[in-house]
Design a binder for this molecule. Structure first.
Ligand SMILES: *Cc1c(COP(=O)(O)O)cnc(C)c1O
Length: 229
């Protein structure tokens, strides 16, 4: 299967059920991104700031770039001008920096709060208590140049579907609870980013409306930037 075919097939599967596809192009060359682009794909995601900036500069300007990997405070400035969605906000500190850099560019940056749901301690994200603490903090309510669009989570990297399903279920419950409690009047709190190549069907069953697919589209990555094992 070609990249173009993969995009066409996935869009056929996802569009009717209103699930957004983020094509994760990390470690893949610009030609691969362009092939997906020519098949109609416009949303692409990267997990490293440096690679994201390089691709943004080289590729068509109507691409919507998402950051899905951990974001360090000192790197926010490099993406603030153009980033469409940051999936991986995991502290008030980084959110305040995103707000500050967004203000410099006179824009509002859409963000997801990354929630830790996996049964592994290598992954980033807020736990439930930290999430609530962030949402209740006075500093948070003053941020005018960020908009929280929803939540993101990464399930445990396991063959055991029951575990993965439970983690996604929990995140969906949390999303619904947070929405009615903290975002009742904000219709824009509407994104639940969960599901990667190995588990996106389970994620959709549990209520995901945004999936992040890399290898399903572009084939296996030689360098594993993300999964530790
Ligand atoms: C790499 C990555 C993906 C895509 O992984 P695949 O298994 O190739 O689909 C999704 N989300 C995040 C956060 C990633 O780092």
């Amino acid at each position: 299967m070609s990249i173009e075919n993969n995009i066409t097939e996935l869009q056929k599967e996802l569009q009717p059920i209103a699930v957004q596809l983020v094509a994760i192009s990390k470690t893949k060359p610009n030609e691969d991104v362009l092939e997906a682009y020519h098949a109609g794909q416009r949303i692409f995601g990267e997990n490293q700031v440096q690679e994201l900036v390089a691709k943004y500069e080289a590729l068509p300007k109507d691409i919507e770039w998402h950051l899905v990997g951990h974001l360090q405070t000192n790197k926010v400035k490099y993406i603030a001008e153009f980033i469409s969605l940051i999936h991986s906000v995991d502290s008030l500190k980084v959110l305040m920096e995103i707000n500050k850099q967004a203000k410099k560019h006179n824009r509002v940056i859409d963000c997801l709060l990354q929630v830790f749901i996996a049964d592994e301690d290598t992954k980033f994200g807020l736990d439930h208590a930290e999430l609530i603490e962030l949402l209740r903090s006075p500093e948070f309510t003053e941020l005018e140049n960020i908009r929280i669009r929803g939540l993101m989570g990464i399930a445990t990297n396991t063959e055991n579907e029951r575990i993965v399903k439970e983690e996604f279920y929990e995140l969906k419950m949390l999303f619904d609870g947070i929405k009615v409690t903290y975002f009742r009047k904000q219709a824009s709190f509407d994104i639940l980013s969960m599901g990667m190549s190995s588990d996106y069907k389970l994620a959709i069953e549990q209520g995901s409306n945004m999936v992040r697919l890399g290898s399903t589209i572009f084939g296996k990555r030689v360098i594993k930037h993300f999964k530790a094992k």
